[in-house]
Design a protein around this ligand. Sequence first.
Ligand code: FE2
Ligand code: FE2
Length: 430
Amino acid sequence: MRSLANVNLIINQLFSFSFSLVFSCGAKAAEMALMKLNSLSFQSQLHPSFGLPPTANPRSPKIVMASTLRSSTSPKEAEKLKKPFTPPREVHVQVTHSMPPQKIELFKSLEGWAEENILIHLKPVEKCWQPQDFLPDPASDGFYEQVKELRERAKEIPDEYFVVLVGDMITEEALPTYQTMLNTLDGVRDETGASPTSWAVWTRAWTAEENRHGDLLNKYLYLCGRVDMRQIEKTIQYLIGSGMDPRTENNPYLGFIYTSFQERATFISHGNTARHAKGHGDLKLAQICGTIAADEKRHETAYTKVTEKLFEIDPDGTIMSFADMMRKKISMPAHLMYDGKDDNLFENFSSVAQRLGVYTAKDYADILEFLVGRWNLEKLTGLSGEGRKAQDYVCGLAPRIRRLEERAAARAKQASTVPFSWIFDRKVDL
Ligand SMILES: [Fe+2]
Ligand SMILES: [Fe+2]
């Protein structure tokens, strides 16, 4: 499945890796790292969402460094990677605080605006659904009967669907990582853990709303009896321990673009698992996934509104941030997932999601196109020369991604089957 696009990608990464090392580490360190390079393998980017070859980033040679380095040579090193408390298995050179400090004031000045325009997208707790609304009630006499019915319905659903639903659940369950990520952002982070600023109120309430997603899916999957809960729980523990590497650089411009993209991606993904559940005759599971999707949509509305405001106040800075995120590619929040067994777990999960049409390369391009339209970027004015270049890049990117992915997909037709520990090592087609 290693397509020409992937080969190009590898060459690109190889080049930019050695190039950026010379810039960022000095000659000696570069030499040492280049020696080490011989023992590094570059993982092919199986998931179409990550299939676009990187372009050199003008902002910092550090940022273009290899995106998916993974050591595969020494058994000792491989063993080390599998230990639970090692650093993330896949990281980029960490760029921090890339927003000029004076722009922090801009976010402080937007607090009143955020209170009136963003906090309104939160739902009062008393009006929110809770996981219990969709699950058998353990305090009721009918509990066992309801569980039995749930399990009967789940019997009709194929393994491949459960692989995708489990991957989605694990992604939701790594919520501590996403709250951490939001609190890395300069100017909007929750400074105390109970800060009264609008940004902090939003982040905590957003997290509290999201927390119901993993809870609900986790409890459903536990009750359905179709999956290996212990393996799933291990995967969650590994994932939270690994964190994520979204390359948002403490920069709220990058952070809000990332969250705009991701909330829409999860809206699409949960919407599709709902559609499939309905197709398999499980209307209750369809309702579960559809309800979560509706939350994601509301969150997408809030985050795209923040970014829209940034385009209004600082079109140049925001369009360049958008282009920067797209050049780096939007990595999925659970891209570091591992179950203690499968070194390609995320890629394998993503391939199944792609094949079932739950989240695909086309969705990635569609989200980008949607955001370009949502923020009216083709008509954006008041840009510098660089800003106009960034505008051209993002406005022309979706068709380019589609073309590249179509070609890659045509080449990568050979089917393969892999076991997933989440379903007791039963095999599923990729
Ligand atoms: Fe969610
Ligand atoms: Fe979300």
